[in-house]
Ligand binder design. Structure first.
Ligand code: FES
Length: 373
């Protein structure tokens, strides 16, 4: 028996493929899709784009952007992320953002919620300058940070700042499916006004008997107040049955490190699911040195310190190297070390063999070095 998708390929798909091949031959050296893009960028098949349908300020530093993706898009699972590309000052940048909407929203759109971070070129552009009607390249949803489909689960969400976004997608999805799980949510934000989705979270808390929200507003607490930070004591107070729940945590590295240590110490690491926005970096040793970085293919040489990743060094030098996640996952930024030394900022490992593969987004100069860029 022929599977459905193959069957359609053999009947309708066959002549469509033939037609597409024919038009591609006529369009050579481009593809038909390149001309289609001039009519509607969402119809292209050689790359995926999305149109900005709406923007909405969640707080003074965070904005929700509604995107309508084009051909080839497939739905996300709540908690997954997508890659978004934007050209800023003539250079192309890519970043990964969690989808904040539920897959069930039904209008063909999805949202990302972006917080402008200090020194974040793309986040500032997305929050301050992107406007309705703009088109941005997008990738397909990825990631394994999501609730299981079938088995009943009792989630404990621990989030901070913009780490709320994957949890929000999960909550919205459970609400849309009218199957809100018995959930406890501990969320850290500076103040009620600076809490992304604050009002919506409070409304869910008021309306859903299975959902309990604990907001911790750090700006209102003294610097030495133990309630300000995550700790086992605070956890046990806010969620006494935490050991019997599956924990979904997302937020800054310090919070995630503390959560990870608590679950490991309790022998419950298998019940902890973590989503990081940045790579977890090791301390750079005090005696670490940077060096001169030579980009061989560009005939460019710049000075770099021991902590700045080589992707950033290359971009600051005016190059536009390939990249994706910027946190050591996707390997899009891989290049070859031609000579010299680099340090992997996650592990502290020093690479000094010519021919070694260097992930430029998580490696820094550890002396002079030459890269195949
Ligand atoms: S950009 Fe993804 S691993 Fe470096």
């Amino acid at each position: 028996m022929i599977p459905r998708d193959q069957e359609s390929t053999r009947s309708g798909g066959g002549w469509l493929h033939w037609l597409s091949t024919l038009t591609d031959m006529m369009a050579y050296p481009l593809k038909t899709s390149h001309y289609v893009e001039l009519v509607n960028p969402l119809w292209t098949t050689h790359k995926m784009q999305a149109r900005v349908e709406a923007v909405w300020d969640e707080t003074s530093h965070a904005r929700t952007i509604t995107l309508r993706p084009g051909a080839n898009w497939r739905g996300h699972r709540p908690g997954q992320h997508v890659r978004i590309g934007v050209a800023v000052d003539g250079k192309h940048y890519t970043r990964t953002y969690t989808v904040s909407s539920a897959p069930e929203r039904g209008d063909g759109c999805f949202t990302i919620t972006v917080k402008a971070i200090d020194g974040g070129r793309l986040s500032h552009y997305l929050v301050r300058k992107l406007k309705v009607g703009d088109y941005v390249p997008v990738g397909l949803p990825q990631g394994d940070f999501y609730l299981p489909d079938a088995s009943p689960t009792q989630p404990l969400f621990i989030t901070a700042g913009s780490g709320i976004t994957p949890a929000m997608s999960m909550l919205r999805s459970m609400l849309a499916q009218q199957r809100m799980a018995n959930s406890v949510h501990i969320h850290y934000a500076p103040s009620p006004q600076e809490t992304i989705f604050g009002q919506e979270l409070r409304e869910i808390d008021a309306a859903q008997k299975h959902y309990t929200l604990h907001e911790i507003h750090t700006a209102a607490l003294a610097a030495d107040d133990p309630a300000r930070h995550f700790s086992l004591e605070n956890l046990a107070r806010l969620c006494p049955d935490w050991q019997s729940r599956d924990c979904y945590a997302c937020g800054p590295a310090d919070l995630l490190r503390a959560v990870e240590a608590t679950w490991e110490e309790a022998g419950l690491a298998h019940r902890l699911h973590i989503e990081r926005f940045r790579a977890d970096l090791a301390e750079v040793p005090d005696d670490a040195v940077g060096g001169r970085v030579r980009f061989a293919n560009s005939d460019l040489e710049v000075e770099a310190d021991s902590a700045t990743n080589l992707l950033r060094v290359a971009e600051d030098a005016g190059l536009n190297p390939p990249h994706g996640c910027r946190m050591g996952i996707c390997h899009t930024c891989n290049t070859t070390l031609k000579s010299g030394c680099v340090r992997d900022l996650r592990t502290g490992e020093v690479l000094n063999e010519a021919g070694a593969i260097v992930q430029t987004c998580v490696c820094a100069a550890a002396g002079d070095c030459e890269l195949d860029l």
